[in-house]
Design a protein. Structure first.
Length: 483
């Protein structure tokens, strides 16, 4: 087995960024947050909207960084054996490192985008390939103009697979990022009504997502959701971009190359029999909901396109756990019994809310329990915001919702029209709303918490967890999935 080389050397970084050569040091990682610096890292000091990374170079060195990439004119004190690599533009230099990391990597690269499900699908593809070869991936939601270059610059030269998430808030952003990634395989999970504030229609969103087909490498393969209304458009867009092959995955259409033959959705998982090309597979997905069943087909299609092992992929899908804020389940004790809280507090759009409500509807509350939703407003919906919020009434009714607690003015408009059979108090003060929710909850209830990131619904989750711990001396918090 060949010896694993350092991620970079300081001399390589200087050569790539056209900087003055520092002492030669091995670099084991890339950090852009001084609080997350590990021993052996290169700290990249990036300017931000509210702060400047150059203010934290000393803290990064204290955290173990062995070198720092800084702006030429930055007033930063150099330390012995902890050199500063000075460049005109640190973000520009980071992009150069990303380009070089992609150039030197000889394996298969996969890019994932979509209006909903891209982070979970990217993570599932990573886990499905991890057992087959050395695999590198974006972390968390590193999918923008900073996150993608960082993720690429962190890719080991020995990696056999790279899996990257690509996001957007405006036209042209995906095209720019995919120009760095140059994927062999592009996956589009869904087209929904996220970011309508920056687009005039869902068709424009689909057009922007299709930018992922630009700048693909070699014998390229596109994987698309055949159950989307925009599947025909995406198919044509991929062909027009020169993609070598388009693979369509579907829960409904048995003529698709990848399709489900049988599907059973349970409260905590989904079970499928599916055809993946010529292969028939029966497998379990460790996360519930039709949306996760669809995501699993996209994962298997991507793994097959990358010449991975479908058997190992099936095992990985069975072992999937919810990511923080994306479906983690907590049993929270009350004075008598407990209730189940499903934490979907990490971001939201109409499509993802509807998918989560479908999962809530499949839950069977215990004893005399009820289905309850605590929702924050959905952002970036532009002039259609009120209409899109009110449009959630139908999936709420279909889920058999018993109570709705609305955090935010748009959700409160929905609460006013939600229907006589759904308890929906109108309270502007969030803390007062939480107190009302606590007094309403009883044993056997199932509570779903969701909202856009700006609504900080994770704070509601944390408050409910603390409340439960106070109720039962700290013994009640029993997560059902890895946190």
């Amino acid at each position: 087995m060949s010896e694993i080389q350092p991620l970079w050397t300081s001399l390589e970084i200087a050569a790539v960024t056209a900087a003055e050569a520092p002492p030669d040091l091995p670099i084991q990682g890339i950090a852009i947050d001084s609080r997350e610096t590990s021993p052996g890292d290169l700290f990249v000091a990036l300017p931000g909207r509210y702060t400047d990374g150059h203010q934290y170079v000393a803290a990064a060195f204290d955290g173990g960084a062995v070198a720092a990439l800084v702006r030429q004119d930055a007033k930063v004190t150099e330390r012995p054996n902890q050199p500063l690599i000075r460049v005109p533009d640190t973000l520009g230099a980071l992009r150069l490192l990303a380009i070089e990391a992609r150039r030197r990597m000889a394996g298969k690269v996969i890019a994932v985008t979509g209006s909903a499900g891209k982070t979970g699908t990217r993570d599932a593809i990573y886990r499905a390939l991890q057992g087959f070869g050395r695999t590198h991936s974006s972390i968390r939601s590193f999918n923008n103009h900073v996150g993608v270059p960082v993720s690429l610059a962190r890719m080991p030269r020995e990696a056999e697979f790279g899996v990257f998430e690509v996001g957007m808030s405006a036209p042209g952003e995906i095209r720019d990022l995919v120009g760095l990634i140059e994927p062999h395989i592009a996956v589009i999970t869904s087209i929904g009504e996220a970011h309508l504030g920056g687009f005039k229609s869902a068709k424009q969103i689909a057009r922007a997502k299709a930018e992922i087909f630009d700048h693909m490498a070699g014998e390229s393969i596109a994987v698309i959701n055949g159950d989307s209304d925009f599947a025909p458009f995406l198919f044509k867009a991929a062909e027009a971009a020169g993609v070598s092959k388009v693979v369509v995955a579907s829960l409904e259409d048995t003529k698709s190359v990848v399709h489900a033959e049988r599907l059973a959705v349970h409260g905590d998982c989904s079970c499928l029999t599916a055809k993946v090309g010529r292969h028939r597979m029966t497998y379990k997905v460790g996360l519930p909901g039709r949306h996760w069943a669809m995501n699993s087909l996209l994962v298997l299609a991507a793994v097959q396109a990358a010449d991975g092992d479908l058997g190992l992929a099936g095992l990985a899908l069975a072992n999937l756990k919810a990511m923080p804020g994306r479906g983690v389940r907590h049993h929270i004790a009350l004075d008598r019994g407990s209730f189940l809280m499903i934490d979907e507090s990490y971001n939201a759009n109409p499509q993802s809310v509807a998918a989560c409500l479908e999962v809530l509807g499949s839950e069977q509350p215990q004893q005399s329990g009820r289905r309850i939703a605590l929702f924050g407003d959905l952002d970036e919906l532009g002039p259609a915001s009120t209409r899109k919020h009110l449009g959630l009434q139908s999936p709420m009714n279909e889920a058999g919702l018993n109570a709705f607690f609305a955090a935010g003015p748009e959700m409160q408009q929905l609460a006013k029209v939600i229907g006589a059979n759904i308890h929906a108090p109108i309270v502007e003060d969030r803390q007062r709303l939480l107190e009302l929710l606590k007094s309403y909850l009883r044993s056997g209830d199932v509570l779903l918490v969701k909202g856009s990131n700006s609504q900080r619904m994770f704070e509601c989750v944390e408050e409910l967890l603390r409340w439960g711990e106070r109720s039962r001396g700290g013994l009640n918090h029993q997560p059902l999935a890895a946190e």
